[in-house]
Design a protein around this ligand. Structure first.
Ligand code: SF4
Ligand code: SF4
Length: 170
């Protein structure tokens, strides 16, 4: 390609790039000024983990350690505290920085104690802030809206329909 051919090609490329730039200059931005402006999260969002209280206001966790056993990256550690009427978690820690958000811990929890929240608003540059103890996990549960998906609801959804169960029994 000769000199004029190359010059023409470069001019065309620059004109095209400038057209794109001009078009975008007057376009409404697609970004928002987070955290001053927070976009509503989708209804089914399942974000960071927390511990919940039950309907009587007691800690829902009975320290059974099922979540600890099922967790693939083993980021949950629970110590059980035996009580007269029920058991509790003496200590409960969750290393959120290594969590895979697989939700298995929520699915196995018999008392809906460990839940996911409708937020992932816990970004930090300090990993130590993501080592969550029992108090912090309860505080997060109070601070943010819980996700719809509790262990009992998820297990109910996975159960075979009643008609299928009756047929299997015949
Ligand atoms: S979501 Fe998965 S990886 Fe995270 S704590 Fe629960 S079981 Fe472990
Ligand atoms: S959060 Fe649920 S599964 Fe984990 S120890 Fe407590 S009661 Fe058991």
């Amino acid at each position: 390609m000769g000199f004029w051919g190359e010059t023409w090609q470069t001019a065309r490329a620059v004109a095209w790039a400038m057209t794109i730039t001009l078009k975008n200059l007057f376009r409404k931005p697609v970004t928002v000024h987070y955290p001053d402006v927070v976009r509503p999260y989708p209804d089914r969002l399942r974000g960071i983990l927390a511990l919940a209280y039950n309907e009587t206001g007691e800690e829902a966790c009975i320290g059974c350690r099922l979540c600890e056993y099922v967790c693939p990256p083993q980021v949950i550690k629970v110590e059980m505290l035996k009580g007269e009427k029920r058991n509790y978690a003496k200590t409960f820690t969750l290393e959120l920085y290594a969590c895979e958000f697989c939700e298995l811990c929520v699915q196995v929890c018999p008392t809906d104690a460990i839940i996911m929240l409708k937020t992932f608003d816990l970004a930090t540059s300090d990993r130590r802030e993501l080592l969550l103890d029992k108090d912090r996990l309860h505080a997060l549960g109070q601070q943010f809206q819980p996700s719809w998906a509790t262990g009992n609801k998820l297990r109910e959804m996975q159960r075979p329909p009643k008609a299928a169960k009756a047929e299997a029994a015949e």
